[in-house]
Design a binder for this molecule. Structure first.
Ligand SMILES: [Zn+2]
Ligand SMILES: [Zn+2]
Length: 138
């Protein structure tokens, strides 16, 4: 027999993870809440937020180290890089090889034991680059 509260929490986390796995948009806690609420109508934003933080702490998901004002979450936990649109703020995965040599270089330069690194590319997404030209201010 499982303890009911524990079972409920596990189910919530399971559903949060399932919803997060469905998208590649690196949603904010609010966006995850909107997705999860369709399946768990009575869940609160605070609960979703706490579960996300806990799941990130235990390594089930990633909390992204990207610019912008809101924390974003990612179900892809393998090392990969991100690109962020400076106009609309969307974050995509960018499919280039993870640079292992810069960990070596950083270890030599710092005498730290390097555990990883984050690279965030910034630019304009296809939509924003397009609308920039049509809505030119000058
Ligand atoms: Zn954009
Ligand atoms: Zn990602």
């Amino acid at each position: 027999m499982q303890e009911p509260t524990l079972m409920r929490l596990t189910t919530q986390r399971q559903i949060i993870l399932e919803e997060l796995l469905k998208v590649s948009s690196h949603p904010t806690a609010n966006e995850v809440y909107d997705m999860v609420r369709k399946r768990l109508p009575r869940i609160g934003l605070g609960t979703v937020y706490r579960n996300l933080e806990l799941m990130a702490e235990t390594g089930m998901i990633l909390k992204l180290e990207v610019g912008g004002t809101q924390k974003r979450f990612d179900a892809t936990i393998q090392p990969h890089y991100h690109i962020r649109c400076l106009e609309c703020g969307k974050v995509d995965d960018i499919d280039i090889a993870v640079q292992q040599d810069i960990n070596e270089a950083a270890a030599q330069a710092s005498q730290y034991q390097i555990l990883g690194h984050h690279i965030e590319f910034t630019g304009l997404c296809v939509d924003c680059a397009g609308s920039d030209q049509t809505a030119s201010i000058n």
